[in-house]
Design a protein around this ligand. Structure first.
Ligand code: SAH
Ligand code: SF4
Ligand code: F3S
Length: 375
């Protein structure tokens, strides 16, 4: 019996697929090299942009033929897309060959769903956010890098973003559990890089009692003996505090590499996005990083064509990129997500304008990289 997992979206999903892999192997399945050889195919989905969802619909739909030939093939869809009740129901209705549709909080029960399908019952279940599951180990699949989740969820409600709706509110793992996981990982000897994961790692520990700061967590991780480097993502500029910058500067184990998504260079748009910082405050943080951590790699994400964004406001994003001279950026065309505040705003920007802006931003980025000799 073999399993195959198709993963979409962010590192959090990649890591959760490692949990699914562990569950599959515990059930006695082995990893298939190709999906055609698998008896159990799992799609771990992402809902961040329409394009991400379209890819999932296309690839799940493409399984129809395979399922016709192989009646006992089990197909499961999980993750952020199917955490939304409507999408989950649509998935089950549209694709009669899909056996299991579950959300982001259902993974600990995965074995139960597979067994129910074997007994002849299709499964649709979406659980509300619960405690972070500590019971299932991961099957690590990213070479020398070990992902370590430090928190789940997001409280920020950026007006364009679906994540708070599909991942629930911020919940931090207990510091001791994180440290123990890292000690174990380091003791295995094959992992040279530990990447800490969270939607907003800088607010780690605020919900614990007693509260722990992200800087404190980093400090304690660096005290673990062994030959490894620590990296983390993602930082939200509104919470990247001086103590975190100082720990990064001080600790040799921490990679000098910060992903600090700006999203826009214009204050009116940042305000509409509910990002809670201004261009000036953002640039202030960049300057502090440059001053305290010379040669720090800095990368960012940008959204172009947010509702009502004018040409001049987009130019502010261009000039921010030109000022900071990032080592690399991701640029996305704004994609309306149902249920979010921005999707209901007047002044949605036409697709061709978004396309032109994203091309211009990426062209500028390329030009800067050539000038600066960055890669
Ligand atoms: N938690 C992280 C990012 C999560 S999503 C953070 O706050 O930075 C990764 C990136 O996708 C975001 O930084 C943003 O640039 C982009 N993104 C999120 N929602 C989007 C949407 N509706 N349309 C286009 N891009 C989006
Ligand atoms: Fe989405 Fe904003 Fe939370 Fe990032 S901080 S996950 S962009 S709501
Ligand atoms: Fe996508 Fe969910 Fe990550 S929406 S970006 S997989 S948290």
């Amino acid at each position: 019996m073999k399993y195959f997992i198709v993963t979409y979206g962010c590192q959090m999903n990649v890591h959760e697929s490692e949990k699914l892999a562990a569950i599959c192997e515990k059930m006695g399945y082995d990893l298939a090299e190709k999906r055609e050889e698998a008896d159990l195919i799992i799609f771990n989905t992402c809902a961040i942009r329409e394009g991400a969802e379209d890819r999932v619909f296309g690839n799940v739909g493409a399984l129809k033929k395979l399922k016709k030939q192989r009646k006992d093939l089990i197909v499961a869809v999980c993750g952020c897309m199917t955490q939304k009740q409507q999408t989950a129901e649509y998935m089950l209705k549209t694709f009669p060959f899909v056996d299991i549709v579950i959300g982001t909080f259902n993974l600990p029960n995965f074995e139960h769903y597979v067994n129910a399908v074997k007994a002849g019952r299709r499964q649709l279940e979406i659980l509300e956010a619960g405690d972070i599951d500590e019971s299932i180990p991961y099957k690590r699949t990213s070479g020398e890098n070990a992902w370590v989740n430090i928190m789940q969820g997001c409280n920020n409600f950026c007006t364009y973003c679906i994540v708070p709706y599909v991942r629930g509110r911020e919940k931090s793992r207990q510091k001791e559990n994180i440290l123990q996981e890292i000690r174990d990982v380091v003791a295995e000897g094959k992992y040279k890089k530990i990447t800490l994961l969270g939607q907003n790692v800088n607010s780690y520990g605020k919900d614990l009692s007693p509260a722990v700061s992200f800087a404190q967590l980093l400090e304690e991780i660096c005290q673990i003996e062994g030959n490894f480097k620590v990296w983390f993502m993602t930082s939200h500029p509104k919470d990247l505090t001086d103590d975190v910058i100082e720990v990064i500067a001080r600790e040799d184990k921490i990679l000098k590499d910060i992903h600090l998504p700006a999203q826009s260079g214009n204050d009116r748009i940042l305000h509409l996005m509910n990002r809670k910082y201004t261009r000036e405050k953002y640039l202030g943080i960049i300057n502090k990083i440059r001053e305290k951590i010379p040669n720090c790699r800095i990368t960012s994400d940008f959204i172009v064509g947010f509702p009502t964004e004018t040409e001049e406001e987009f130019e502010d994003t261009m000039s921010l990129v030109d000022t900071v001279k990032y080592d690399s950026i991701f640029a996305f065309m704004y994609s309306p997500r149902e249920g979010t505040v921005a999707s209901k705003m007047d002044g949605q920007v036409p697709q061709e304008v978004k396309q032109r802006r994203v091309n211009a931003l990426l062209a500028l980025e390329k030009q800067i990289q050539q000038q600066e000799g960055k890669k």
